[in-house]
Design a protein around this ligand. Sequence first.
Ligand SMILES: [Zn+2]
Length: 139
Amino acid sequence: MSDRVPAQLRTRARQRAGDRCEYCLIHANDVMFSHQPDHIIAVKHGGKTTEANLAWACFLCNRFKGSDIASIDPETDDLAPLFHPRHDLWREHFRLEEGQIIPLTAVGRVTARLLRFNSLKNVELRSLLQLAGRLFVPD
Ligand SMILES: [Zn+2]
């Protein structure tokens, strides 16, 4: 969905996020592919191209999220919304531990699973970045 975001909004989304993925926390300088603006609520679900509906996302999170806005919680089998970077606080839904993103809520569980936060490669990368002091949990 990044092709429809005007440059000015794109820049604001990047700056607001400090050029970090608002889902998996990876900084744009630490991955090969560019971060992108993500429509938190996809246009096909009625989401608008506004600051309030844009997140800054790494290529992988954006790709795995696609236009999804919810998924089934593996613990309860109930429908749960995906993490919403403009409404939800990261630390209320996730905890960072030795490179792993541990989900704390239904929102956390569906987001971590759908966006594949804890694939081996992602955990290895985040472990190294955490050790190097390059990974920060937002306030
Ligand atoms: Zn990400």
